[in-house]
Design a protein around this ligand. Structure first.
Ligand code: MG
Length: 380
């Protein structure tokens, strides 16, 4: 089976807010879907966390390398793309785009062999996983209402992030966290994401350490991105001194970039984004290295339905990966699939054991957010 063509389309019109200081508008395109079309008619799906124009340009550069390649060899084919792109966009848009191709090739391998991707990665440690509802921080009354709604719909784990946290003063930070803990009750899981990869994040090590002590008072499970994304030394120190687990790594790309972070023990929890880091292939290698070093792997591909489907398969293949990030009511997650996800009575998401990523897009729903009709037609 060979790769005939690779199509892409940006998602626009329902883009959720990211909590960024320069906030996203609904029409901003930061997520792009990929379809790898084979000569035998099978189509694999991938997702890329970046703008469609960047993906289009990257695909045009990569085309001579992937055209007519074997469609059932994700690791070899994407390594070929990586190796030949050393001088062009390594770690940037080209790596982001390779992520989408890699996810789609794993989907194809699963479809062709009639196996779920998690089994192809070595085997399934679990057939369901706890999703944590991910939401932006708002002023306490609003946040409380949203958390109560999510709790009502069955979630048992919650992550609140970005917004005013770390951007105003300590009183505001504590008021938000206190309201969240009060809303979800003592027995549900709460995580806090400072969003230190925001533009001009101004807090440093001392703030992070003091805040970590405050968070422990509210039984927060982990503290995510409390520092600037390149502050390796401070992260390493913070992991040693903070009284709760430190999480990060969502903006890093390429397995090689993660090595110093894992070797120096900069995180308790590492969160590579499958739609940016280089795909399932790179996520898997990072996850194995992390696991050997006592660092938990929690994937970060949650922004689209395809990213979430890849995260679920990854979660099945790692013994320690007991959580996935989930954005409730997102147009690009449950809004574009034929069968929306649903939580079971324990607040868990089932991990499909049907072929590939087991994802079927709803082409009618998708049409509201994409302009490339060739993309929609290839799914029919
Ligand atoms: Mg985050």
């Amino acid at each position: 089976m060979k790769i005939k063509e690779i199509l892409s389309t940006g998602l626009q019109g329902g883009t959720p807010e990211g909590g960024w200081s320069d906030e996203l508008e609904q029409d901003d395109c930061v997520h792009t879907l990929i379809a790898v079309v084979t000569d035998e008619g099978l189509v694999g799906l991938g997702s890329v966390f970046t703008n469609h124009e960047l993906v289009k340009s990257s695909l045009s550069i990569l085309k001579p390398l992937y055209e007519n390649e074997n469609a059932l060899e994700p690791e070899r084919v994407t390594e070929k793309l990586r190796q030949n792109m050393f001088w062009l966009g390594r770690g940037g848009s080209i790596t982001h785009t390779i992520s989408g191709i890699d996810i789609a090739l794993w989907d194809l391998l699963g479809q062709a062999t009639q196996q779920p991707v998690g089994r192809l990665l070595g085997g399934r440690f679990r057939d369901r996983v706890k999703p944590y509802a991910s939401l932006l921080m708002e002023e306490p009354t609003k946040l409380r209402q949203k958390l109560l709604q999510l709790k009502e719909s069955g979630f048992q784990a919650f992550k609140i992030g970005w917004g005013e946290f770390g951007r105003k003063n300590r009183q505001v930070d504590e008021a938000i966290v206190s309201a969240a803990r009060e809303a979800i009750g003592p027995n549900n899981w709460l995580m806090v994401d400072a969003g230190g990869s925001d533009a001009f994040w101004s807090q440093g090590y001392k703030w992070a350490l003091q805040t970590a002590h405050m968070l422990v008072e509210y039984d927060v499970y982990w503290f995510e991105e409390p520092l600037k994304p390149d502050a390796l030394g401070d992260y390493t120190l913070l992991r040693k001194t903070a009284p709760l687990p430190i999480a990060g790594g969502e903006v890093l790309t390429r397995r090689q970039s993660f090595l110093p972070w894992l070797e120096e023990g900069a995180f308790d929890i590492v969160q590579p984004d499958v739609t940016k880091v280089g795909g399932i292939t790179e996520s898997r290698r990072i996850a194995w290295t992390a696991q050997e070093k006592g660092i938990k792997f929690i994937p970060h591909g949650w922004n689209t339905a395809v990213g979430l489907a890849a995260d679920l398969q990854l979660a099945s293949a790692f013994a320690d990966t007991d959580l996935v990030e989930y954005i409730a009511d997102s147009p690009y997650v449950d809004g574009i699939v034929a069968q929306p996800w649903s939580l079971d009575e324990d607040g868990m998401l089932p991990i499909p054991d049907t072929p590939g990523l087991s994802i079927q897009l709803n082409s009618e729903a998708l049409a509201a957010y994409v302009s490339n009709t060739d993309f929609i037609n290839c799914l029919l």
